[in-house]
Design a protein around this ligand. Structure first.
Ligand SMILES: [Zn+2]
Length: 203
């Protein structure tokens, strides 16, 4: 790598720009297609790592506790995320269970593990082993992580079922809500700064 000025390529129209440092509140937009190229005032590595660890704790909560509980005439039932995936697997649309498991459990889990991995090394100024693969995997995982879709689905189910049954959101649902916000915050474009921050130490 030479010390040439850093270039940014617009993801939407492939225009090339020379990158400049942005301060908090500033946004760089593509002049051709108005797509956002970058924002100023990004989170520091310490903040990103702290949020990733919080996301890991919330992920455990979201999976360990029921997201929804239903009761009717003394009978009650509750389900965790994993139990809802299992229920899908037993139904008529069993292939959906694989998709649901991938998008609401496996992809977010991998995102959190990879984020904690690369950020804990970045904190001490080092590139984690397999840094490039981890960063590229994070980019590929982003569209597959659909916690917000899952959250919306559960909320719709609660509203729809509320007329017929006694429905209560579980502790897992609150954790899922907070986790959704955290994942969007940390796995977005903010993590790409590691490429620049660690440019000198990436093998
Ligand atoms: Zn553009």
């Amino acid at each position: 790598m030479t010390s040439s000025p850093a270039w940014i390529i617009c993801e939407h129209c492939d225009s090339v720009y020379q990158s400049t440092a942005l301060v908090k509140g500033q946004t760089a937009r593509c002049v051709r297609c108005a797509a956002i190229l970058g924002r100023g005032g990004q989170l520091s590595i310490q903040q990103l790592l702290a949020l990733s660890i919080s996301a890991a704790v919330l992920f455990i909560f979201a999976n360990a506790f029921p997201v929804i509980s239903i009761s009717l005439q003394g009978l009650s039932n509750q389900a965790t995320l994993w139990q809802s995936v299992q229920a899908l697997a037993q139904g008529q649309i069993s292939p959906m269970a694989a998709v649901a498991g991938l998008t609401i459990i496996l992809a977010p889990f991998l995102q959190i593990v990879l984020l904690c991995w690369v950020l804990s090394f970045a904190l001490v100024g080092r590139a984690a082993p397999g840094f490039k693969t981890c960063m590229r995997t994070l980019e590929h995982l982003r569209p597959w992580s659909m916690l917000e879709v899952c959250l919306l689905g559960i909320l719709v189910a609660i509203v729809k079922l509320a007329g017929m049954l006694d429905v209560h959101p579980g502790l897992g649902l609150w954790a899922l809500g907070m986790l959704t916000v955290l994942i969007i915050l940390i796995s977005g474009k903010g993590i790409r700064r590691l490429w620049d921050d660690l440019a000198g130490v990436i093998p």
